[in-house]
Design a protein around this ligand. Structure first.
Ligand code: NAP
Length: 252
């Protein structure tokens, strides 16, 4: 079935920031494909919320770190909804927080595989399918980076900060590479945002409250506040913006 609403594919759309982006995109007139790795039930809840806004919505299971999975995720999304014109490169992890000297190879490798290689596989597939030079519809790519890229995250996860530095370079370079193909590429860099990542990936449940006093706006961000920036960059209101990186971090 071909969709007449613009189609957005959001990696890691089952929870947290990705789920908020999916629901706001649905409310703003998009059809939505979310991807997830393991939490089918959470993905189903996001789909129900998107459908309640009138969107056609599908969930596709796959690991963004696996090149073949990424190709299949796009294939499944397009089979269900028609050509994708917006891609939100969101799936990411931190790994258990520690000083670098204490971090295991498995922790570091998983983070780099998902946040860097995964983001690159997704961006490459988006470029192949959206590019007007290749017969695609044009559109936007929004990469979810982090203010960690500039803060460096000492004593917490410098490897994660480094992975987001790579996402920033990907954004800068790809924006220039695809500017003539009808694709705008931008990034949003969240600060401390209320999601499961702190407890489940970083494994530091007290982190948000401990670091709150260091946030100039003196509160933790909501996933919906990140989603607003993403939807702005996807929209025609941002038609002259490419290669930008918007911090949504309460001033941190
Ligand atoms: P989250 O609540 O932990 O959700 C992560 C999402 O990514 C889930 O949908 C998860 O799927 C999916 N995912 C994880 N690994 C995957 C993989 N290998 N393949 C496919 N999907 C995978 O995280 P979040 O806080 O929303 O973070 C989203 C993005 O924002 C990340 O890139 C993160 O680095 C960035 N960010 C977050 C914060 C923050 O404070 N929360 C700050 C700065 C940047 P399942 O549900 O199936 O597990």
């Amino acid at each position: 079935m071909q969709s007449r609403r613009p189609v957005v594919l959001i990696t890691g759309g089952s929870r947290g920031i990705g789920a908020a982006v999916a629901q706001l995109a649905a409310a703003r007139g998009h059809d939505v494909a979310i991807t997830y790795r393991s939490e089918r039930e959470a993905a189903e809840q996001v789909l129900a919320a998107c459908r309640a806004s009138g969107a056609t919505a599908v969930a596709c299971r796959g690991d963004v770190a696996v090149e073949a999975d990424v190709v299949r995720l796009f294939d499944e999304a397009e089979a269900a909804l028609g050509p994708v014109s917006h891609v939100v490169n969101n799936a990411g992890i931190t790994g258990k927080s520690s000083r670098l000297e204490q971090a295991s190879a498995d922790t570091i490798r998983a983070c780099i595989d998902i946040n860097v290689l995964g983001a690159i596989w997704v961006a490459r597939e988006a470029a192949r399918r959206l590019s007007r030079g290749r017969g695609g519809p044009g559109g936007t790519i929004v990469n979810i980076s982090s203010v960690a890229a500039s803060l460096g995250s000492p004593n917490e996860y410098v490897w994660y900060a480094a992975s987001k530095g790579a996402v920033d370079s990907l954004t800068t370079g790809l924006a220039k590479e695809l500017a003539g193909e009808g694709i705008r590429v931008n990034a949003v860099s969240p600060g401390m945002t209320k999601t499961d990542i702190h407890e489940r990936s970083t494994r530091d449940a007290g982190r948000l409250e401990r670091l709150r006093p260091f946030i100039p706006l003196n509160r933790i961000g909501e996933p919906e506040e990140i989603a607003e920036a993403v939807l702005f960059l996807m929209s025609d209101a941002a038609s002259y913006i490419t290669g930008a990186n918007i911090p949504v971090s309460g001033g941190r």
